[in-house]
Design a protein around this ligand. Structure first.
Ligand code: HXC
Length: 258
């Protein structure tokens, strides 16, 4: 497939999706999100891919939804069109891990996109924010819901109500990002992290992703039961036999289902 707004590559077992709308700082439009969904569909269906990285440019992961495109929307345009969010949850429903590698601005929809990924690796240049209040509107792609879950109510409320940005260091301290790395090595680190994930047993990787996500969608008791049953199910996998045999035989495992 030809992409207009993305650069899509395979780096061995990692699928790399780079947002590529540089003049608009990767502002998100429907066509870009459609392409991202198509790339995710391809990578999910591809047995040769075990993990996915979504990244932007040095200056911006994404500066939000495209303000120029939506500024004259009527209520009905917004409601019927469901701008950038109609197929947005595909990032979350992707069964293979999706890592956000964020440098520069991740604002509005950009911050929301990063938060929808499984975890965020940030360059020291990263800046996160939900500045919609400055535009006379509010986050519409998950910001008021995912940010409090990531950083707690106080910081989320303050950020959404003031539109202030959070730098990488604060974002790491607050738990929004998994790790901060020098900007120059962000992509390399993200690809290495994704490659490490992709080296493990894919069914196990998928089960872990599903179980961790379950913790946000269910009671503790339900989540624990889901985890326990998935753990039990892993004993039906050849890769579990291989992983534990390799440990006993003091050799590296060779997972077959990757
Ligand atoms: C459209 C955008 C844009 C956006 C930047 N640009 N952000 N275009 N939509 N969200 C464009 C600018 O208009 C400009 O185009 C070019 O990108 C470079 O931006 P500058 O402002 O000149 O760069 P700089 O001075 O470095 O400032 C960077 C910035 C600023 C701080 C990121 O651009 C900014 O504040 N952008 C808007 C951020 C924002 O409010 N995001 C939330 C959007 S609402 P020209 O043609 O002038 O060169 C949202 C809701 C999500 O995301 C919910 C969806 C359902």
């Amino acid at each position: 497939m030809e992409y207009q707004y993305l650069i899509v590559e395979r780096r061995e077992r990692v699928g790399l999706i780079q947002l590529n709308r540089p003049k608009q700082l990767n502002a998100l439009c429907d066509a870009l999100v459609d392409e991202m969904v198509a790339a995710l569909d391809d990578f999910e269906a591809d047995d040769g891919i075990g993990a996915i990285v979504i990244t932007g440019s040095e200056k911006a992961f994404a500066a939000g939804a495209d303000i120029t495109a939506m500024k004259d929307f009527s209520h009905m345009d917004a409601y019927r069109g469901d701008y950038i969010t109609r197929n947005w949850e595909r990032v979350k429903t992707c069964r293979k891990p999706v890592v956000a590698a964020v440098a520069g601005y991740a604002l509005g929809g950009g911050c929301e996109l990063a938060m929808m990924c499984d975890f965020i690796l940030a360059a020291d240049s990263a800046q996160f924010g939900q500045p919609e209040i400055k535009l006379g509107t509010l986050p519409g792609a998950g910001g008021t819901q995912r940010l409090p879950r990531a950083v707690g109510k106080a910081k989320a409320m303050e950020m959404c109500l003031t539109g202030r940005l959070m730098n990488a260091e604060e974002a790491e301290r607050a738990g929004l990002v998994a790790r901060v790395v020098p900007a120059a090595s962000l992509l390399e680190e993200a690809l290495a992290t994704a490659a490490r994930i992709a080296s493990f047993s894919l069914p196990v990787v998928m089960m872990i992703k599903e179980a961790v996500n379950r913790s946000f969608e269910s009671s503790l008791q339900e989540g624990l039961l889901f985890e326990r049953r998935s753990f039990h199910a892993s004993f039906g996998l050849e890769d579990q036999k291989e992983g534990m045999a390799a440990f006993s035989e003091k050799r590296p495992p060779e997972f077959r289902h990757r």
